[in-house]
Design a protein around this ligand. Structure first.
Ligand SMILES: N[C@@H](CCC(=O)N[C@@H](CS)C(=O)NCC(=O)O)C(=O)O
Length: 255
């Protein structure tokens, strides 16, 4: 299998963290980095990698020709079938390759497993889409939303804080050393990239969300997690948009 991902993509990182922590070897799932560009608004655009056989098949570097959603991660199976959406990709990998991994990423207890999935869904469905930089830039430029630096935009901070507040209460019931129990789980794979985004947004994690902060500290102390973060540019999510193009675009489109 081949996973198309990019280090600047938090949804991709959910899957790369899973692969590394679970111990799925590269011989089973090869990582293929997409290209990265920014459009005239400064919005990141992921592109098919030059020279890749999949790029040759679709005949263009336009990602939407490969995945109509225009998003990553994308998992390609050996027979050419494709899958999208980080949660279902992880589920599929668990079911098809999990026996090769050296560490379980799911608690045995069904209630704790349900809490783990609850956390994954909150991150994927209720936080990430609302704090996404492309959405914020477009809302400022095209739909009159208040102009502010996209990474620290009040809308972004609002949705992160709102849901982190809920997570703090949930963690009170299910956290141990890690977010769900004492072992690293899929919940951490989803939380770590989201916390990274929150740090870029200027959220003071230890002061505002102490339980989440403790789970984060324990997760990033894991050598597997540390390695993935290092390859992706560090503990805080690096800038994934073009600030100069954003400034020009939003100045021109100011009402
Ligand atoms: N719900 C999707 C989200 C995927 C997603 O939003 N990926 C972003 C990068 S983090 C992307 O490819 N954005 C490109 C775009 O929106 O054009 C998942 O969980 O995989």
């Amino acid at each position: 299998m081949r996973l198309f991902f990019h280090p600047a993509s938090s949804a991709s990182m959910r899957v790369t963290l899973y692969l590394r922590c679970r111990g799925i070897p590269a011989s089973l799932v090869e990582l293929v980095s997409t290209g990265f560009e920014t459009d005239h608004r400064g919005i990141p655009v992921f592109t098919m990698p030059e020279g890749d056989p999949e790029t040759e098949k679709v005949g263009t570097t336009d990602l939407t020709a490969f995945n109509p959603e225009g998003r990553i991660p994308v998992l390609v199976l050996p027979d050419g079938r494709k899958m999208t959406q980080s949660g279902p990709i992880v589920d599929y990998l668990e079911e098809s390759t999990g026996r090769h991994g050296h560490r379980s990423m799911q608690p045995d207890d069904p209630w704790l497993r349900a809490q783990m999935r609850r956390i994954m869904w909150i991150v994927a469905a209720d936080i990430q889409p609302y704090q996404n930089i492309p959405f914020i830039i477009q809302a400022i430029g095209e739909w009159g939303m208040v102009k502010a630096p996209p990474t620290e935009h009040p809308l972004r901070r609002h949705f992160i804080r709102r849901e982190f507040g809920a997570l703090e209460t949930i963690l009170r019931q299910c956290a141990g050393r890690h977010a769900v129990g004492n072992g690293i789980t899929l919940a951490d794979c989803f939380l770590v990239p989201q916390v990274r985004n929150a740090l870029l947004a200027g959220i003071d994690l230890p002061a505002e969300f102490p339980l989440l902060s403790r789970a984060w500290e324990h997760a990033v102390a894991e050598p597997d997690v540390e390695a993935v973060l290092e390859e992706a540019g560090g503990i805080v999510q690096p800038y994934a948009f073009d600030a100069d193009k954003f400034e020009i675009y939003t100045t021109i489109t100011e009402p």
